[in-house]
Write a protein that binds this ligand. Structure first.
Ligand SMILES: *[C@@H]1O[C@H](CO)[C@@H](O)[C@H](O)[C@H]1NC(C)=O
Ligand SMILES: *[C@@H]1O[C@H](CO)[C@@H](O)[C@H](O)[C@H]1NC(C)=O
Ligand SMILES: *[C@@H]1O[C@H](CO)[C@@H](O)[C@H](O)[C@H]1NC(C)=O
Ligand SMILES: CC(=O)N[C@H]1CO[C@H](CO)[C@@H](O)[C@@H]1O
Length: 295
């Protein structure tokens, strides 16, 4: 009897401990830990994780840039990253934060931050690739200085739309217009990537301003990576288990307040929109531009 009691008791303990561990790792996932969540993939020591995984620096010098990627792959998610961009003279540099799938027919959702001379504005360059086809650039200035503090950049990707956010404000929406024959990322899991590299052939004033290597190394800082997302592993989504069913972001749509904020950002801060670039598309604008305009 005593033995059997002890047996059941220790089993209950195991369940308790496992529940505790599961909750514990869930909470830490939201706190973000670069040691646990990402792999540094290139840069030969130019990427550094500090402060027990809370902070990550990527730097660029005349020999190399650097980069990292998420350990997990995701099929839909709300991904947030806080970034403090390269301060002072960052002209010619590009810092990136993007999602991308594998293969030659890949999907990709891009944030690229194009540096500038001290005091001149960064450009936030965005793009969406579906099945290997991009050319959907929209560019923005920001309403804050992205180099003095950390700011949050987010990608929401669910079956209905992709939304780009800066500090919680939507700046761009790419809707699922699959029913109009426009491919939408639905079934290729993506990893999160960040990098810094030299792009002085095009980044700053179209390539007119070159990287000043006397200012190197150029360093961007990252913290609080959070993936409120469906983890894809061996062909199974973590969101197919019932306890993840109330992921509100999976069915998120822009309500009228969010649509007003999106319009505000586009009216005041958008500096390039491929959907209005008729010179670039003399045969007619891409189909999604037309559908969006009519909607
Ligand atoms: C890179 O920068 C270092 C330090 O400023 C300098 O010594 C070196 O010559 C540079 N290398 C190239 C290829 O420009
Ligand atoms: C850099 O500053 C110039 C001058 O204000 C501006 O035209 C340009 O859009 C800015 N950003 C980039 C990345 O070139
Ligand atoms: C929009 O689509 C309609 C028909 O689908 C076409 O006639 C029209 O030329 C398109 N407009 C542009 C700007 O591409
Ligand atoms: C290295 C360098 O020049 N740093 C300067 C960048 O700009 C800030 C002010 O915005 C200065 O305080 C730094 O000294």
């Amino acid at each position: 009897m005593a033995t059997s009691f002890a047996y059941y008791n220790s089993n209950a303990m195991v369940v308790l401990v496992m529940t505790y561990l599961a909750i514990g790792s869930f909470m830490v996932a939201f706190a973000g830990n670069f040691n646990r969540d990402v792999d540094v993939t290139w840069g030969d020591g130019r990427a550094k994780i500090l402060d027990h995984g809370k902070l990550l620096f990527l730097s660029l010098d005349n020999a190399s840039g650097s980069g990292f990627q998420s350990k997990n792959e995701y099929l839909f998610g709300k991904i947030d990253m806080q970034i403090k961009l390269v301060p002072n003279n960052s002209a010619g540099t590009v810092t990136t934060f993007y999602l991308r799938s594998q293969g030659s027919s890949w999907d990709e959702i891009d944030f690229e931050f194009l540096g500038n001379l001290s005091g001149d504005p960064y450009i936030v360059h965005t793009n969406v690739y579906t099945q290997g086809k991009g050319a959907r650039e929209q560019q923005f200035y920001l309403w804050f200085n992205p180099t003095t503090d950390f700011h949050t950049y987010s990608v929401l990707w669910n079956p209905g739309h992709i939304v780009f956010y800066a500090d919680g404000r939507p700046i761009r929406e790419f809707k699922n217009l699959d029913s109009f024959g426009i491919p939408y990322p639905m079934n290729q899991p993506m990893r999160v990537y960040s990098s810094i590299w030299n792009a002085d052939d095009w980044a700053t004033r179209g390539g007119l301003v070159k990287t000043d290597w006397t200012q190197a190394p150029f360093t961007a800082s990252f913290r609080r990576f959070s993936a409120n997302a469906c983890i894809w592993s061996n062909g199974v989504s973590s969101c197919s288990s019932s306890n993840a069913a109330n992921n509100a972001w999976l069915s998120d749509e822009l309500d009228s307040a969010a649509q007003r904020r999106l319009k505000w950002a586009q009216k005041n801060y958008m500096i390039y929109d491929y959907c209005t670039d008729t010179k670039r598309f003399p045969q007619g604008l891409p189909l999604e531009c037309n559908v969006t305009t009519k909607a």
